[in-house]
Design a protein. Structure first.
Length: 45
């Protein structure tokens, strides 16, 4: 999910992943652009 209202340590637009059971939120990437580039790098590896 895109974070449009981050806390003081976060950055607007950062990408988070919500995991249920157990409930937790995981930081994924600083932006959608960074997430896409990360996926591309993984595919090419």
């Amino acid at each position: 999910m895109v974070d449009f209202d981050p806390d003081k340590e976060g950055k607007e637009g950062q990408i988070l992943c919500y995991i249920h059971d157990p409930d937790e939120v995981v930081y994924v990437a600083e932006s959608l652009k960074d997430l896409i580039f990360s996926i591309i790098r993984e595919i090419k590896a």
